[in-house]
Write a protein that binds this ligand. Structure first.
Ligand code: SF4
Length: 476
């Protein structure tokens, strides 16, 4: 059991063409730095593949980007094009075998692929490959993607990529490396973010989030539109066709709630601004008789600032967070869970003693940490604790690549809001409404064409019939 009570995304991807000489390692180095900026999207493994016009070289490692590669690894990754990946694994062992990018030899030359999202028809596609005698070495849907691409028909790689995209259903923002080119593409529904830009000294880059491109010095990252394929050219990103965008678009609203970094911009909205507006809307919908507003750091800070601004209550730091624990696994007993939360957070008595406290959190998934956090505040002297959640109750699992731990664990599926309040020991507890959230996105200037909000509403943008739970499409 993880110490935190958060939904987990699967991955971050990056692709680079810096137009350098094939013996240079600067493309791999740029991918490495971009992956640093995407570390929040996955901490269990990382990988980089580079291509020098003849061959593809791959290095992968477990853990954080900083520990997954040595200087020798980066020095060995020669070539002017590279792709990279950072992974959060949802099931099974965390092994290098499942780390990305996946690499294969094809009749058109070497090929590597890295992916963020999940194919909801992966089990069916996997069976199809096995029936055709294609061997598979992992439980990952990304391997299914790369093997399908290896065998795809088409005059060139963009055509082959497009032909595969027609059979894939679900969330897939992905990057592809061939012996001399890098591509980035996004599913027709547009579930996960993906953007591309020209690099300041020539060349181009694509990444899951704009924060990674800004780290590389790009000043105007643009979203890769749903269904589109972009080649990372030596003079900038070049459109290379794709498939029709879906009629029903489905940008994952949870990217704004929790996953994305606050400085990233997607669909024209900076994530911090969306969260600030969620907090402000929450303050209007669910005011509290209180003296101070605090956040559960770090992902809730923007929403807590918004709550403070709209309510007129002062914002202050109420928890100190140990940022070096990472994803700690402990025994799932309540006592050890409490201990895990205490390892990660300390309440600040100077802020909360003798005061009525509003504590803003971005979301509650299983409800395992909210109770211990409320207890920490009471132990530090808070006279009352009002919990405010800057999104609606999560009652439905995600089938598009977000690990919510299965529907059975979702506390809002099992308990009423009053039941949750009681179980976490808060004086009051309120969630932001779905309408309030949508209005906040509109006010923040959302320029996209539609959201996926299925984990709140149960209204899935795709037919999910037959997909029982997240394990169902990872292993046949
Ligand atoms: S179900 Fe929720 S987490 Fe999954 S894609 Fe839709 S909005 Fe995002």
């Amino acid at each position: 059991m993880s110490v935190d009570d958060k939904a987990h995304d699967e991955c971050g991807v990056v692709a680079i063409n810096n137009g350098d000489a094939p013996q240079s390692t600067d493309a791999a180095r740029a991918a490495f730095y971009a992956l640093f900026s995407l570390q929040h999207r996955g901490q269990e493994s990382a990988g980089i593949a580079s291509a020098d016009g003849r061959r593809i070289l791959v290095r992968k490692g477990l853990g954080l980007v900083s520990g997954a590669f040595s200087e020798d690894d980066i020095e060995s990754l020669t070539g002017s094009v590279a792709i990279g990946h950072t992974r959060y694994s949802t099931t099974g062992e965390t092994s290098v075998r499942n780390a990305q990018p996946f690499y294969v030899e094809t009749m058109h030359g070497p090929l590597a692929l890295a992916h963020n999202g999940n194919l909801i028809n992966a089990a069916e596609l996997r069976r199809g490959l096995l029936e055709r005698g294609v061997g598979l070495s992992s439980s990952s849907d990304t391997e299914v993607m790369v093997m399908m691409l290896a065998a795809a028909q088409g005059a060139d790689w963009p055509e082959r990529i497009a032909s595969c995209m027609r059979s894939w259903k679900g969330a897939f923002s992905f990057v592809v490396l061939t012996k001399d080119a890098a591509y980035a593409a996004r599913d027709p529904w547009g579930f996960r973010p993906l953007c591309a830009a020209r690099l300041p000294d020539g060349g181009s880059a694509a990444a899951s989030e704009s924060c990674a491109l800004r780290t590389l010095g790009c000043d105007s990252p643009a979203d890769v539109e749903p269904g589109r394929i972009v080649e990372l050219g030596p003079d900038g990103p070049v459109a290379r066709g794709g498939v029709d965008a879906a009629v029903r678009r489905a940008s994952c609203i949870f990217e704004y709630v929790y996953f994305s970094r606050p400085d990233s911009v997607w669909n024209g909205v900076q994530v911090h601004e969306a969260r600030r507006r969620f907090g402000a809307a929450l303050a209007r919908e669910a005011p509290a008789e209180a003296d101070v507003v605090i956040a559960v750091p770090d992902s809730s800070i923007s929403a807590a600032i918004g709550y403070s601004q709209a309510s007129g209550l002062p914002y202050d730091e109420g928890f100190a967070k140990n940022r070096y624990i990472g994803r700690t696994f402990i025994q799932p007993t309540q006592a050890l869970r409490d201990q895990g939360v205490a390892l990660k957070f300390n309440a600040m008595p100077g802020t909360v003693r003798g005061r009525r406290v509003v504590v803003v959190d971005d979301s509650i998934v299983r409800g395992t940490t909210t109770g211990p956090l409320v207890r920490l505040l009471r132990d530090a002297g808070a006279t009352s604790v009002h919990v405010r959640i800057a999104c609606p109750p999560i009652r439905h699992p995600c089938y598009m690549g977000v690990d919510m731990g299965g529907s059975g664990g979702l506390i809002a599926r099992r308990l009423s809001i009053e039941g949750i309040r009681e179980s976490v020991g808060a004086d009051s507890l309120s969630y932001l409404s779905l309408d309030g959230m949508m209005l906040a996105m509109e006010k923040a200037g959302y320029g996209g064409n539609g959201f996926c909000m299925a984990c709140f509403s149960g209204d899935y943008p795709l037919d999910i019939g037959g997909v029982a739970d997240k394990n169902g499409f990872e292993v046949v």
